[in-house]
Design a binder for this molecule. Structure first.
Ligand code: HEM
Length: 436
């Protein structure tokens, strides 16, 4: 089935954003080069809710302002996650995905692809695990993991790639221990996540060279099948022998009086296993990059470690590791004086909302004094990031443990950033540091 093209087919052409900017927004590499940052800046000033119209893509509204992104995220009845692809997908790949699934645009069905009535029921299954009061109970265990990673850092003895040596492994180990994945399988989980989020990054993908949409859809399907078969075995084990972990909750989940299907369970494992570390890793690394770039910041945090929470919030704003999510309108509606038609597709640009001049004073400065920090990296409304409290806590703990040992830090070569229109961030961060 072909995706219906209702998006902004009627509005006047002055709604359209310039083609070069639209092209940047759909190009994974532009998120690594900073081209999208410039596109966002122009769009916020000149056309904050315009339409991207490009060959090969269904047209979509580009949401660049904080206020609009928050309003759309809050209204889960009017702006759906499940009707159209939830992440940016070209028309050919979408068609291929629908062929594979028999009509659904989603190769995986997890919380992010669900709408009511299913979404609240499935979210409720694990919500308790991720609430602040429960996450707090994990603090001592997470501090233990943080200390081991600080030791790895200290062992680097002055020079390291902070991504490879610390930021990749730490959040991975935290979420995998919560989920119940044995430590020896963590490299496999990391690889699969990178293949999924970096499907079009030349260094992370499974397929060398340019991929056709068919190959892209097939490759993503293969990665998802690998996740499903891995977690299928875990599910079976947890049904036989329940443990105190999240896998046991998912494996034995009941919705409407019935055990959840294998497809839904696989989607659940996959979202927790993937969303739970890549985003947090790149943000952890971005926080270190900010320290390397602003010596004053390190001094301020060492003098008053109670500011580490504010530092982490600002790093989350600065990194904005989730670049985009898509929604579609369930009814005709109006936003910012523009008519959005039922079925229209919308791109939520988190990084842009996090640089919105109406909300953040000097948005291109990394600052500790944004109180409250209205960063919107975790989204909002019914789909607001389930792991936000965990993410904040684990990053705060790492820096509480790490900073007492660091007298100074600076960059030591070029950083590299992964290429994706969905989740991306630092994939290398060479630094030199001195011990306190
Ligand atoms: C959803 C960002 C860390 C689990 C989301 C969404 C965003 C996001 C933007 C979608 C919100 C929406 O559609 O409106 C981030 C960022 C993180 C982070 C920036 C780190 C800095 C984590 C962690 C977990 C996690 C550590 C741990 C399990 C999830 C899940 C969802 C989600 C399960 C789906 C929620 C739903 O659709 O109901 N996250 N995330 N995330 N995140 Fe995170």
């Amino acid at each position: 089935m072909t995706q219906q093209t209702t998006a902004a087919t009627s509005p006047a052409l002055d709604l359209d954003i310039p083609e070069n900017l639209a092209r940047a927004l759909v190009t994974p590499r532009s998120y690594a080069t900073g081209e999208t940052t410039e596109a966002h800046r122009w769009l916020r000033a000149n056309n904050p809710l315009g339409v991207a119209r490009l060959e090969g893509f269904d047209p979509f509204w580009v949401v660049t302002r904080h206020e609009d992104l928050a309003a759309i995220s809050r209204n889960n009845k009017l702006f759906l996650s499940g009707e159209k692809p939830t992440t940016l997908t070209d028309r050919a790949t979408d068609e291929r995905a629908r062929e594979i699934t028999g009509g659904s645009p989603h190769l995986v069905r997890s919380l992010v692809q669900m709408d009511a009535p299913d979404h609240p029921k499935y979210r409720a299954l694990t919500q308790g695990w991720f609430m602040p009061q429960n996450v707090k109970k994990l603090e001592a265990a997470i501090r233990g993991i943080a200390r081991k990673n600080v030791q790895k850092f200290l062992d680097t003895d002055g020079t390291c790639d902070f991504v490879k040596d610390v930021a990749l492994g730490y959040p991975l180990h935290v979420i995998m221990s919560i989920l119940g994945v044995p430590e020896q399988d963590e490299p496999r989980m990391l690889k699969l996540t990178q293949e999924l989020f970096g499907a079009r990054d030349p260094e992370q993908t499974r397929v060398m060279g340019e991929m056709t949409p068919q190959q892209l859809a097939m490759m993503i399907k293969m990665v998802l099948d690998d996740f499903a078969s891995y977690f299928g075995a875990i599910s079976e084990a947890r049904r036989k022998e329940p443990q105190d972990d999240l896998a046991t909750v998912i494996a034995n989940a009941i919705v409407d009086g019935e055990p959840i299907s294998d497809r839904e369970a696989a989607g659940y494992y996959t979202i927790v296993a993937t969303a739970g570390h890549d985003t947090t890793s790149t943000t952890t690394a971005t926080a270190m990059a900010a320290l390397a770039d602003n010596p004053e910041l390190l001094r301020a945090l060492k003098a008053d470690p109670s500011k580490i929470g504010a530092f982490i919030d600002e790093a989350i704003r600065w990194a904005s590791p989730v670049k985009t999510f898509m929604r579609s309108a369930s009814e005709d509606t109006e936003l910012r004086g523009r008519k959005i038609a039922k079925g229209d597709w919308l791109m939520l640009c988190y990084e842009s909302a996090n640089r919105d001049e109406d909300v953040f004073e000097k948005p291109y400065e990394f600052r500790l004094d944004r109180t409250p920090n209205r960063q919107i990296s975790f989204g909002g409304g019914g789909h607001v990031c389930l792991g936000q409290h965990l993410a904040r806590m684990e990053m705060r703990i790492l820096y509480e443990e790490l900073l007492p040992y660091v007298a100074s830090v600076r960059r030591n070569g070029e950083q590299r950033i992964s290429e994706s229109t969905f989740v991306c961030g630092l994939k290398t961060l060479p630094i030199v540091w001195e011990r306190d």
